[in-house]
Design a protein around this ligand. Structure first.
Ligand code: 26V
Length: 812
């Protein structure tokens, strides 16, 4: 790279001049960001070209990770870290009067994801490259990412996230790699005298899929993999012809807009049929473009089709890209001339599937009519897969109609995407031990009975490079001073910190670092929101998508209860706490928006009340994003992971907090269970119902939230405050819906059932926090045990058990 900082400074100044036509003195921070980015991209590009060449020469097996979401966040800092240029650049910029952190903040988050699933995909890419594994992402280059959340009058307002308006400096458009994707039309069966029956696809609509490639540089190695994001564009001659025919520029523009809408928005509102159709179009667009490009790369190797599964692994991130299965079948049969059996064998051996949720409303099922009209040939293939699968079942379970109807891929007028994914792949995995057990024992029990060998667990992980080394540099340095730097490449080595449990100066240092991080957050909150926060208070943080099952409402009710206690006795001696929230609600999810409104109302009441404001504070951080998470997590003491047991497949925020020394207040759900197993009872605050209890209640229907309301005066009081006159309701009916969900509709997520145990646990947290030395020790143990949750471990497991790929030693 650069041998010293002077060399970097020269290169940087030269870049400013050649790229932006400016001298260092006249450059704005944005100019400096762009120049630095260009410099970094140049360095990465050399290894990018080389990596691709090596992959081709060595014919390594390639993994293609198909995902509708990649929540990448900012890339500059991470790229500098992986290139090991961070401190050199920081010092060089400093000499020039520039601050690296401020330049990093000029970068707009690449927010092409909703939450955990998309962020997991981003962490996986970092781990693949860092472990020198040949793995690439395939996604969509949405023109607008996750909406920008504003809070106006205490309520969420969504604005489009026009992230491309200021250039995404890392992408490279590759028109020469564009492919055509086809929709609609009809299929004709053709029988030639000589050849077998084949199918001709006619009268379809053509869309061009143009890839934009983003390099993914590994940590301290020469590997640079690719995130390929596809953009939908009209095919020029096609649009001209269409315009000619119609001779009408307005309809031409409509046509262009309609095509481009395929890659316009992340998750368009699918509450209408029109929205659903567009979503299906997006999914097929990604799949068809991706599979064509996989096939193209394979064909360049000049090998027989039988070796396809030895050279390509196609992984589907949830069922969203499940059409990979029939699309691969279509290309192998219709375009490459393979027979059904052979195509099926190659497809099953190369496709694998991860399930990320058991929530029934999130399980994809497409109306048959929609699939048939939008993707006629794909539907025929799905129908045939279903037919053959049902026949197989009939042979194994003759006469068991019930079972066959239950397992069918096409049933009740719908195409069930999870069923298609299981049947068409060789591996199905859940994302945490508990989640995988629930899949095997309940949600997918009958599939597990049929294909037990396909099911396996891969507990999620997070990249410790972004979430510890980059987000929390002071902590990283302290760790390295204490145990050396081997943990950076082998995160399990963080366990060496366990020897420091009685090292008081070290524990004090951890405490000081946490305080510094808290102070930085305090300054930022003061500056951006005008709220004064006490850095000595407990920083209790609940950041994640807003959903009923994640129970932000439980946290909110707890704060209302604390407020009531302080109001009834203003001399009450409580440990000061600041509650931070960050959460976006889906635009059509009315209830979730009401919870956001409630949290903001509570913040308003609490923060402006003389009696309580020095004891508790509430901060709602608008527009929660990857970069906000990076600010907040290192400054946290308490990590809220309080989903209704059985509902959170894994959670990954829980791991990020743990790695940064926050203690978890959590239910025995998702990966919390594994955190608990690692750190032990003394170093985590678990509470509430178990997943078995929850599932048992759902089965027998014996839960009564009203009973709790009637028997627990604290519950009664806070709930009444939602609808009767109170500082929170202000006599309005804003929160009637929340009250009704909890009482009239019997509290689907057991908020009231877990309320008492949550309060009790939070009291223990406050007491324990007073003993700082013990707290710091718990924090240390959490950091020390967090190495298991590096996504390097997760990816290594995928590589060995599912994809069967090995590390590619790059030739230097
Ligand atoms: C999707 C939807 C869409 C329709 C409305 C309700 C709803 C609720 C949940 C979802 C989740 C989709 C899949 C997903 O994002 N799962 C998350 O995946 C993470 C990575 O594996 C995991 O850590 C989270 O626990 C899991 O919720």
């Amino acid at each position: 790279m650069f041998s010293d900082k002077e060399e970097f400074k020269e290169a940087f100044k030269a870049k400013l001049e050649t790229k932006l036509g400016k001298k260092a003195e006249e450059a704005t921070e944005r100019d400096a960001y762009k120049a630095l980015g260009a410099l970094v991209q140049e360095r990465i590009s050399r290894n990018w070209v080389k990596t691709n060449q090596d992959y081709r020469t060595n014919k390594n097996k390639q993994v293609y990770y198909f995902s509708m979401e990649f929540l990448m966040g900012r890339l500059l800092g991470n790229n500098l870290l992986n290139l090991k240029m961070l401190s050199l650049v920081e010092e060089g910029l400093d000499d020039l009067g520039l601050n690296l952190t401020s330049l990093e903040e000029k970068e707009h988050d690449a927010g092409l994801g909703n939450g955990g699933l998309g962020r997991l995909a981003a962490c996986f890419l970092d781990s693949l490259a860092s472990l020198e594994l040949a793995g690439h992402g395939y996604g969509i280059r949405y023109r607008y990412g996750m909406f920008e959340q504003h809070i106006i009058d205490g309520q969420q307002v969504e604005l489009p996230d026009h992230w491309l308006s200021q250039d995404f400096i890392w992408e490279v458009r590759r028109p020469e790699e564009a492919v055509e994707v086809r929709f609609g039309g009809n299929v004709e069966a053709v029988k030639n005298e000589s050849g077998p029956l084949h199918f001709e696809y006619k009268n379809y609509e053509q869309v061009q899929a143009v890839p934009y490639d983003v390099p993914i540089a590994g940590y301290n190695n020469d590997t640079v993999n690719t995130l390929r994001l596809w953009s939908a564009e009209p095919i020029v001659e096609n649009t001209l012809r269409k315009a000619e025919i119609e001779n009408n520029s307005a309809s031409f523009l409509d046509y262009k807009r309609e095509l481009e809408s395929i890659s316009s928005f992340l998750y368009p509102d699918d509450s209408t049929d029109e929205g659903k159709r567009l979503r299906l179009k997006q999914e097929y667009f990604l799949v068809s473009a991706g599979v064509q490009s996989v096939i193209r790369s394979f064909e360049r190797l000049d090998l027989p089709w039988t070796s396809f599964p030895d050279k390509a692994a196609l992984h589907i991130n949830d069922t969203h890209p499940a059409l990979v299965i029939p699309e691969l079948m279509r290309i192998l049969m219709d375009e490459k001339g393979l027979g059904w059996e052979e195509a099926w064998d190659l497809t099953q051996s190369s496709v694998s599937y991860t399930n990320h949720t058991t929530l029934s409303e999130a399980l994809e099922a497409w109306p048959v009519d929609m699939v048939r009209s939008l993707l006629p040939r794909i539907f025929m293939i799905i129908d045939e897969i279903n037919e053959r699968f049902c026949q197989d079942l009939w042979r194994t379970y003759p006469g068991d109609f019930d079972r066959i109807a239950d397992l069918a891929i096409v049933a009740d007028g719908q195409v069930k995407m999870a069923h298609l994914s299981i049947v068409g792949s060789h591996s199905v995995n859940g994302v945490a031990k508990l989640h995988t057990e629930i899949l095997k024992k309940r949600e997918m029990k009958r599939f597990y009975d049929t294909f037990p060998e396909r099911f396996n667990n891969k507990t999620n992980g997070i990249t410790h490079r972004r979430w510890l080394m980059h987000a929390n540099k002071p902590l990283s340095s302290a760790i390295t001073e204490a145990i050396g730097d081997s943990w950076m490449e082998q995160p399990k080595r963080l366990e060496d910190l366990l020897n420091k449990q009685e090292d008081h100066p070290f524990l004090d240092r951890l405490h000081d670092i946490k305080q510094e991080n808290k102070q930085k957050l305090v300054d930022w909150v003061q500056e951006t929101q005008g709220i004064a926060v006490d850095p000595a208070s407990i920083f209790d943080v609940h950041i994640k998508r807003l959903h009923g099952y994640k129970r932000q409402l439980l946290n909110a009710l707890h704060i209302m209860h604390l407020y009531n206690e302080i109001k009834s006795d203003p001399t009450l001696d409580i440990v000061p706490r600041t509650f931070f929230f960050g959460a976006k609600a889906a635009s059509s999810y009315h209830f979730a928006k009401k919870v956001i409104q409630l949290i903001n109302r509570i913040a308003h009441v609490v923060n402006n009340d003389r009696d309580v404001k020095d004891k508790i504070k509430v901060v709602f951080l608008p527009n929660y994003s990857v970069s906000i998470a990076e600010r907040v997590i290192p400054a946290s003491n308490v990590s809220e992971q309080i989903s209704t047991a059985s509902k959170e497949a894994s959670g990954t925020g829980n791991m990020k907090f743990m790695m940064n020394g926050a203690l978890t207040v959590g239910t025995m759900d998702g990966a919390n269970v594994e955190i608990h197993d690692l750190v032990g009872d003394d170093n985590i605050y678990t509470f509430g119902m178990s997943s078995e209890e929850v599932l048992e209640y759902y089965r027998n229907g014996s839960y009564s939230s009203r009973e709790i309301y009637e028997n627990d005066s604290r519950v009664r009081h806070t709930l009444d405050q939602l609808v009767h006159y109170s500082p929170f309701s202000k006599g309005e009916t804003d929160f009637q819906e929340i009250y009704d969900a909890l009482l009239t509709y019997n509290d689907e997520f057991f908020v009231l059932k877990d309320f008492a145990s949550y309060l009790f646990t939070q009291q223990k947290v406050s007491r324990d926090y007073l003993n700082q030395r013990e707290w710091n020790k718990k924090s240390l143990i959490n950091i020390a045990k967090s190495g298991k949750f590096s996504s390097d471990r997760t990816i290594q497991e995928y590589a060995t058990d599912i994809w069967q790929i090995q590390r590619t030693r790059m030739l230097k």
